[in-house]
Design a protein around this ligand. Structure first.
Ligand code: ADA
Length: 569
């Protein structure tokens, strides 16, 4: 299951979930020894989707590993599309020994179209390499555990001769009228020229019907325009969704949209023209048993907890989260901030200036925006987190990233999280500025937020960015679940609750702040290694700043934040 609804009712699709053959390749011999042609005797079987680090003996395994399964096309030859929804981080895909391609990036999907696959059984092999370095996103220094594996589903689709390759919907709203523009791409795998008719439904009505002529083996772009009267808007807590169905009779593509506007004006964030105050948390999609392969049941639980807490928004720290989660947010009416895995606190200037790193970031932005363009819950595209935005390298990178984001989507707000609010030189590029600061934890007392904010406002004014809405995108303290006492000691639940209560009181009284995202929703496993100096304060090898622990049990801070967010404190 990749979505909460079916994306195809006509096109045959199949998820290759289950046991795959698995071998680790710590010396990286597989490619040279052509394991894609002769798969070695498997060490064991692993469930796909999952993260291998959750299996016995593989906790710390980082490197290459090979997976094998089979695709059965049945009694007839067929055209296939193989979609990998999440492979951590480098993926090479082979079908019957033939290399279909390579993809880098653990959090966005990739696919291959393979025409005329003969009938019967075919061997699918995927080489996965979880190695990170100074030019990967994330780099090898990030504050979460680095998992490996095929942790989101692998989907196999049987394509018709002419299939619907892509759909992108844009709209403009005038009161309750939606002016809709739809871009479609049809692709032919046929040897002959073909003409197909197609129908588009939006909600319960037919939005358009047309015909398209496809020269043999070509792709053709078509657009459909129209007006939909009396639409109901998607809003926080009041989610109105419309299904979109494109069908040719022999193929179909289904997605969902919601109609809403998002903009900034005079320092406020306006959703459907109304100023909104965002109450949220930062959520990693992680659990000690499943790693990043979080099952739908846990996602629903997370969502119920957020709803109980009175959240109307969540930041997907620090990477594109699963489609299923985004569907749930769309359905619940909770706003989302989506970003690429660019975690920068310890990032070198060399990395920020690396052309390969930049190129990878640009590709990831494109893949993220293409995947999630239709989700109404996404209000913000996040460019990066805590890179050294005092440097020229960060300036150049930010300029390129923001330009890219705006070229792909001019309908949403562009945001980032700065760790250097008083010295940051990239503020003016953004629509909304996120500030990450840990007064009361890494330095000073929580009261330190006041002086920091005053200095930041002066700095923003000097840079001509004083009209940007501000979100306190990270703040918090560690509180070890179960450690309570009579006084708020560092690392106790009491201390964590006190920091959050004081910080929220400061932020909520500040008219320039339009939202708060507590760091963080749940405790997460981190990459603590005895041979290096990073993250040495992470007791239990966890980042303990969660409002709930890793098993989603509430700490004192949870109850405090819930009371504040619900207005009862
Ligand atoms: C940073 C970072 C988070 C987390 C946090 C912390 O702000 O963005 O990912 O590492 O600090 O717990 O220190």
């Amino acid at each position: 299951m990749n979505r909460t609804f079916q994306e195809h009712l006509i096109r045959k699709t199949n998820f290759l979930n289950g046991l795959w053959d698995f071998v680790t390749d710590p010396e990286d011999r597989g490619a040279k020894e052509r394991w894609f042609e002769h798969f070695p005797s498997p060490e064991r079987q692993l469930v796909v989707p999952s993260c291998w680090n959750n299996e016995m003996g593989l906790y710390n395994y980082q490197g290459a590993a090979w997976f094998r399964t089979y695709i059965d096309t049945g009694l007839e030859a067929t055209h296939l599309r193989i979609i990998c929804h999440g492979v951590m981080h480098h993926g090479d895909v082979y079908l019957d020994g033939v290399h279909l391609g390579y993809h880098f990036g653990g959090f966005t999907p990739f696919s291959f179209t393979v025409p005329s696959v003969t009938k019967g059984r075919h061997e699918l092999i995927i080489r996965v390499d979880s190695t990170l370095d100074w030019q990967t996103l994330p780099t090898d220094i990030a504050d979460w555990f680095s998992y490996g594996g095929i942790y989101r589903p692998v989907e196999v689709q049987q394509l018709s001769e002419v299939f619907i390759d892509h759909m992108k919907i844009h709209y403009n709203l005038l009161d309750s009228d939606a002016n809709v523009h739809m871009d479609l791409i049809f692709t032919s795998l046929s040897q002959e020229d073909r003409e197909v008719s197609f129908t588009v439904h939006i909600g319960d009505s037919i939005f358009g019907k047309a015909q398209v002529c496809l020269p043999a083996g070509q792709s053709v772009a078509v657009s459909v325009d129209g007006n939909i009267p009396n639409i109901k808007r998607w809003h926080l807590g009041k989610p109105e969704l419309y299904s979109v169905i494109v069908s040719t009779g022999e193929d179909d593509l289904i997605d969902r949209i919601g109609f809403r506007t998002i903009e900034t004006k005079e320092g406020k964030i306006l959703l459907n023209g109304e100023a909104v105050y965002l109450q949220g948390v930062n959520r990693h999609e992680e659990h000690p048993e499943w790693g990043f392969a979080v099952p739908p049941k846990l996602m629903l639980k997370d969502l119920d907890i957020l709803t109980d807490m009175g959240c109307n928004s969540v930041r997907g720290s620090h990477y594109p989260q699963s489609k299923y989660w985004l569907d749930l947010l769309d359905e619940r009416g909770i706003a989302f901030w989506e970003e690429i895995p660019m975690w920068g606190y310890f990032m070198s200037r060399e990395t920020l200036g690396s052309p390969l790193f930049r190129e990878r970031g640009l590709i990831m932005l494109e893949e993220m925006i293409n995947r999630d363009y239709h989700c109404p819950s996404i209000l913000f595209w996040g460019a990066h987190n805590e890179i050294d935005t005092r440097t020229q390298e960060a300036f150049a990178l930010t300029e390129a990233f923001v330009k890219k984001i705006r070229s792909l989507d001019s309908s949403r707000l562009v945001i980032y999280a700065t760790a250097y609010p008083e010295e940051d030189i990239v503020l003016p590029f953004f629509d909304v500025i996120g500030i990450n600061k840990y007064y009361g934890w890494y330095h000073d007392t929580t009261e330190g937020f006041r002086t920091m904010l005053d200095r930041f406002y002066e700095h923003a004014e000097a840079l001509g960015a004083s009209d940007r809405p501000i979100i306190m995108s990270e703040f918090g303290a560690a509180g070890i679940y179960g450690d309570t006492g009579w006084e708020p000691r560092l690392f106790s639940e009491d201390y964590q609750a006190e920091v959050l209560e004081t910080a929220l009181a400061i932020f909520r009284a500040d008219p320039k702040i339009c939202g708060t995202m507590v760091w963080q929703f749940a405790d997460i496993r981190v990459d603590l290694r005895s041979e290096r100096n990073y993250f040495r304060d992470r007791a239990r090898s966890f980042n303990n700043k969660g409002l709930v622990n890793e098993y989603r049990k509430p700490k004192l801070a949870y109850r405090v934040v819930r009371d504040i967010y619900r207005g009862s404190r």
